[in-house]
Write a protein that binds this ligand. Structure first.
Ligand code: BDP
Length: 510
């Protein structure tokens, strides 16, 4: 029944969205005109990224030229990406320059739920040498994390010298410390810890590194959530004498967590309000970065902290989320996104030894075999099953968004138009490096299909190529990207496409 209230909403939407008609209960029709001028941000060619725990280096064969299965998946995800090493475990690593170097004395830390136990491990020259070969084989760059929580300036500098020399051009920059905004939990005195105290410590470490590696570049502060730290740092920056070279301001993002939190579910992950919050954070971060002449990178994030949630993090909904999240940040001039993952062991150690998602599955009565069939951690973009590595749904979304890498984002009101039409969908457009125009429409709606008329401009001609990001359902443990070339031609610069519910579609004029 069409109530008066519903009727008014519909009428208002029709006006707001221009040529919009509701086609029935679960369909909508929207017309989108692709702007001609490429005035938006440039999306770097290595926008796509992954984040791993530094502890992953404890197994020197993991990031190595020998790990061909992993190399294949990195390349399948992106021809040029950024591997970021960091995470909570980066505070418990120590640089062991020679096989007989003694383990240093470690400061006292507090053991708290969700943070690593004070178990230290060595990062060795062999691991860094292998990492360099891995980067060479994948053609990926690296953000290399050096510890802050329990490190010393001398050790940090010694490690940096070796890393800079071995990684060469593949080293994008150093990161010092992980989520320092949470150090008051276990690593620093909560009474005195602040952005100011952090900056002072950070400068000591960064200066020690710069003294030995004069070309060193840095990204910072890698906060967990307190983006206000970026603003404070940008405000204080002009008063710093001979500052180290900071190219990137960084923060992390997890939609929610831990796995036991009932609010971490598919509808909440995909609803427009989730991306509105992302937009609010991006506004703060981008303003701080532009003050410092830097760019922003989201260096570690995913759907659900403490290792992810089965049924949310490891299913197709996560693919639509990661595509939307990445493109929203790209439209806000972010230089990239690193989704966190790795092996179950390294991530479990990063959060205190076990994954809450496992306890959830046990409580549901899943057998050890059933539990082992899930990726560990649950949110990992590349899962490791024995010696086998596979791209998970969340990685497909990142890959789909990554197809705009190297292009210029076009400023549009597409997402607002689609949502005004009553569909939970977003859309982004880009002028690709090749000069072609491309549009990505993400229909995150669980029920409504979308008919879209795309207008590339009267004099645009060529054939239309489509790529579909799809799976049987939002909760499926799978994702696919299917390409159909030359499906139809533009007619007076226009073409119509259907984007079924829970599907992503990319349309490119070739
Ligand atoms: C972040 C940590 C990372 C963890 C992740 C998580 O930096 O080490 O693996 O959360 O909780 O806060 O899943």
């Amino acid at each position: 029944m069409l109530t008066r209230r519903k009727f008014l909403t519909t009428t208002a939407c029709t006006v707001a969205a221009g040529r919009l008609h509701l086609l029935g209960q679960s369909n909508a029709w929207v017309a989108l005109s692709i702007p001609r001028d490429a005035t938006g941000p440039h999306m770097p060619i290595d926008f796509v990224g992954l984040s791993y725990e530094v502890q992953q280096l404890a197994d020197a064969s993991f990031f190595s030229a020998q790990n061909s299965g992993l190399i294949r998946e990195f390349k399948a995800l992106s021809t040029t990406g950024v591997l970021r090493l960091g995470g909570n475990t980066s505070e418990f690593a120590y640089w062991k320059s020679k096989p007989d170097s003694p383990e240093p004395e470690h400061p006292q830390v507090r053991e708290v739920v969700g943070e690593p136990k004070a178990q230290y491990y060595a990062v060795t020259p062999e691991a860094v040498r292998n990492l360099a070969e891995f980067l060479h084989a994948t053609r990926w760059n690296c953000i290399y994390g050096i510890g802050m929580g329990t490190n010393t300036p001398a050790r940090a500098a010694e490690e940096a010298v070796f890393v800079a020399e071995r990684l060469g051009d593949r080293l994008q920059y150093f990161q010092i410390g992980n989520e320092a905004d949470l150090f008051d939990r276990h690593l620093r005195d909560p009474k005195t810890w602040s952005p100011k105290a952090y900056l002072k410590e950070w400068l000591t470490l960064a200066r020690a590194i710069t003294a030995r590696v004069p070309t060193a570049k840095f990204g910072m502060p890698d906060v967990a959530g307190a983006v206000s730290w970026l603003t404070e740092i940008a405000d204080q920056w002009p008063s710093i004498q001979a500052p180290p070279r900071v190219t990137t301001l960084t923060h992390h993002y997890y939609f929610g967590g831990p796995a036991t939190n009932p609010d971490v579910n598919i509808p909440n992950l995909l609803k427009p309000a989730t991306m509105q919050k992302v937009q609010n954070t991006a506004n703060i971060a981008a303003a701080a970065a532009s003050k410092m002449g830097a760019r922003v990178r989201m260096t570690e994030g995913n759907t659900c902290y403490r290792g992810g949630k089965p049924g949310v993090s490891d299913v197709f909904a996560a693919a639509l989320w990661s595509a939307d999240y990445s493109l929203l940040l790209a439209s806000n001039d972010y230089s990239g996104v690193n989704l966190h993952g790795g092996t179950g062991k390294s991530v479990a150690n990063s959060v205190g030894g076990s994954l809450p998602g496992d306890a959830l599955l046990e409580a549901k009565g899943e057998t050890p075999e059933q539990i082992a069939a899930h990726p560990h951690p649950f949110y990992t973009p590349i899962a490791t099953f024995g010696s086998h590595h596979v791209l998970e749904p969340v990685a497909y979304g990142l890959k789909f968004a990554g197809s705009f890498s190297g292009g210029i984002l076009l400023k549009t009101e597409f997402s607002r138009k689609l949502q005004d039409a009553g569909v939970n969908a977003t859309a982004y457009a880009a002028k690709l490096r090749s000069g072609q125009a491309s549009v990505i429409i993400l229909n995150k709606d669980a029920a409504a299909d979308l008919e879209v008329e795309l207008d590339f401009g009267r004099d645009a001609n060529g054939v239309v190529q489509t790529e579909t990001l799809h799976a049987p359902a939002l909760g499926s443990r799978e994702a696919h990207i299917t390409t159909a070339t030359k499906t139809n031609s533009l007619k007076q610069g226009k073409c119509s496409v259907t984007v079924p519910h829970a599907t992503g579609l990319r349309v490119t004029v070739i």
